[in-house]
Write a protein that binds this ligand. Structure first.
Ligand code: IYR
Length: 227
């Protein structure tokens, strides 16, 4: 059966734009996105749940292997849960900075000024535990395989971070390693692997950032073949 004859297929709603508008849209998006910075110093001001929910919906539009949508976003704004997460994360981070990290890794992190101290896990108003489902478990307990879950969840996280940024919130992609402690704290089942801990909120008023730069277009792209 050809795809276009398949009952379950429907026409694409596609809105074409004139080229000048396309360039303006792309430029505008880049101008917005280049202002995104990973923030480690948060205000404790609460954030709107509606904004986070819309950003999660945007994340859920990511393409995924066989459309399995192998992601789960676990949100907490609860002070006790955040304290538990901070304690568990800092324990792992202390082991990382004191023993596990190679000197090369520590040298690479030096410009960021990071260490095992993670006050933002309590100070920031919202933490999103992102989980990846390598296998799906349906309501009746049937297990099925998901495809490209790493790639799928990575793309969803990119959309989540972009949506939160464009809504005026700051984020930090925090990856305490290993992250196994996240399952019990976020009450997630064993088939879900912790993927990242996204810290969400407003930056602190006196928030300072490492002076780092992004690679140029020349450094990140190439063109092959005739133009
Ligand atoms: N997880 C540690 C270390 C760390 C690792 C990388 I790669 C970073 O880009 C930043 C930090 C921490 O959060 O401090």
């Amino acid at each position: 059966m050809q795809h276009d004859q398949h009952d379950s297929h429907q026409p694409l709603v596609f809105q074409e734009q004139p080229e000048d508008e396309m360039i303006a849209s792309a430029t505008h998006f880049y101008q917005q996105m280049k202002r995104r910075r990973s923030v480690r110093d948060f205000s404790d001001r609460p954030v709107s749940l509606a904004v986070i929910e819309q950003a999660m919906l945007a994340a859920g539009t990511a393409p995924s292997g066989a459309n399995k949508q192998p992601w789960h976003f676990a949100l907490t704004t609860d002070a006790e849960v955040k304290t538990t997460l901070r304690r568990a994360a800092e324990l792992q981070e202390q082991r990382f900075y004191q023993r596990r990290a190679s000197q090369e890794w520590l040298d690479a992190l030096a410009p960021l000024g990071t260490n095992a101290h993670k006050p933002f896990l309590e100070k920031a108003p919202a933490l999103i535990g992102v989980f990846m489902q390598k296998t799906a478990v349906s309501d009746d307990g049937t297990r099925s395989k998901n495809y490209y879950p790493m790639e799928s969840v990575g793309i969803a996280c990119g959309l989540l971070i972009a949506a939160l940024h464009l809504s005026g919130l700051a984020t930090l992609t925090h990856t305490p390693s290993p992250m196994g402690f996240m399952n019990s704290i976020f009450k997630r089942p064993k088939n879900e692997k912790p993927y990242l801990l996204l810290v969400v909120g407003y930056p602190a008023e006196n928030c300072r950032l490492p002076n780092i730069s992004r690679k140029s277009l020349d450094a990140i792209h190439s063109i092959v073949g005739k133009p």
